[in-house]
Design a protein around this ligand. Structure first.
Ligand SMILES: Cc1cc2nc3c(=O)[nH]c(=O)nc-3n(C[C@H](O)[C@H](O)[C@H](O)COP(=O)(O)OP(=O)(O)OC[C@H]3O[C@@H](n4cnc5c(N)ncnc54)[C@H](O)[C@@H]3O)c2cc1C
Length: 311
């Protein structure tokens, strides 16, 4: 019988796990970017540790990707090993604690929590990407951040050691987390302290409503990686961009969305990441010239970028 528990003496076959030259454009939210030299989709703790051991032994650089819905992957690809978390998706419940692996899609996790009789994440309904990606960037919507209900995070350092971080809300702020600048960890599991609900249908309705709103305002119409820039203190990046008259502006196949100025879209799937990056720089320059505000990226540059900040 298949179980998810691996015998401790069972050897992990890395040949089956490691895949060479994996095209990443289809995996990316904006459908751009090159190949991963090597990619792997671990599905449990032992596989993950074996991959990290292998990378350490051969000095292979490691990159972590969730849903790539907030990442711009270089057209020159990603060097070394890219660990894609999408097979780490188990969940369990302990009382009011909803515990979930990092690769589960956040939207799906919210459905499962409701199914388990736990509410509190519904305002994040429809937010693309994985639980791990949302924690890494403290994603949020409708006045809520994922850190508001986060209780612990289990993460593995690239030396193969597992750590638990008890969450203090003060450690998190707008798009900033204790994990933001760590390039040596992978978030493995998270525990959310949620609220028992009796009326699951109401929670489901709440979630469906916020998701429908996203659909109505066209967020899913074209490939994108969500908001490109962070909102500067007391301002909206989208409004600053809009006031420069940049909606609809294109470079190569990339375009500033006509509906939401802080989104860059790839409407015909013809854009490259280089086009997107050029458009980002152009928008930043225009906003600086008009408003004297220097916009900072919310998105993460991943892979072989010459000069971009690897956030
Ligand atoms: C249409 C659309 C709407 C969006 N709306 C919102 C919104 O309302 N609010 C919002 O905050 N964001 C929004 N986003 C952006 C994006 O959905 C979120 O930031 C999301 O949480 C990213 O998750 P991901 O799994 O795709 O992360 P990825 O893009 O895969 O990764 C983002 C960063 O996190 C790191 N990372 C990912 N997983 C792990 C892990 N397990 N361990 C360690 N590091 C990890 C990556 O290395 C990378 O640096 C939107 C995006 C789109 C396309």
């Amino acid at each position: 019988m298949h179980t998810n528990v691996r015998n401790s003496d069972e050897k992990i076959n890395l040949d089956h796990l490691l895949i060479e030259q994996v095209e990443l454009a289809a995996h990316s939210g904006i459908h751009t970017g090159g190949k991963a030299d090597l990619a792997a989709y671990p599905s449990d703790f032992e596989e993950l540790r074996a991959l990290l051991d292998h990378a350490r032994k051969y000095s292979i650089p490691i990159t972590i990707l969730g849903g790539a819905t907030n990442s711009l992957i270089s057209d020159d690809g990603i060097e070394g090993l890219t660990i894609i978390t999408s097979h780490l998706r188990r969940r369990h419940v302990q009382g009011e604690m909803f515990c979930v692996r990092s690769g589960l899609l956040l939207d799906r996790a919210i459905d499962l929590a409701i199914e388990d009789g736990l509410g509190g994440l519904e305002l994040l309904g429809g937010l693309p990407g994985t639980v791990g990606g949302a924690i890494a960037g403290n994603s949020g919507a409708h006045g809520m951040h994922i850190s508001d209900v986060l209780y612990y995070v289990d993460y593995m350092t690239f030396d193969g050691k597992l750590h638990r971080k008890q969450i203090h809300r003060d450690d998190f702020s707008y798009r900033n987390t204790p994990f933001s600048n760590r390039k040596d960890i992978i978030i493995y599991e998270a525990g959310f302290r949620l609220t028992p609900i009796t009326q699951t249908s109401e929670a489901r309705k709440r979630k469906d409503e916020v998701k429908a709103k996203r659909k109505q305002n066209g967020q899913y119409e074209h490939p994108s990686i969500g908001c490109i820039f962070k909102n500067p203190e007391g301002m909206h990046a989208g409004q600053l961009i809009d006031e420069c008259g940049l909606k609809g502006l294109g470079i190569g196949g990339a375009k500033v969305s006509s509906r939401h100025a802080n989104f860059i879209i790839n409407p015909n799937k013809q854009a490259t990441s280089t086009d997107v990056r050029a458009l980002i720089e152009h928008v930043r320059q225009e906003v600086f010239e008009k408003h004297h505000v220097r916009l900072e990226e919310e998105i993460h540059y991943v892979g072989r970028w010459q000069d971009a900040r690897h956030t």
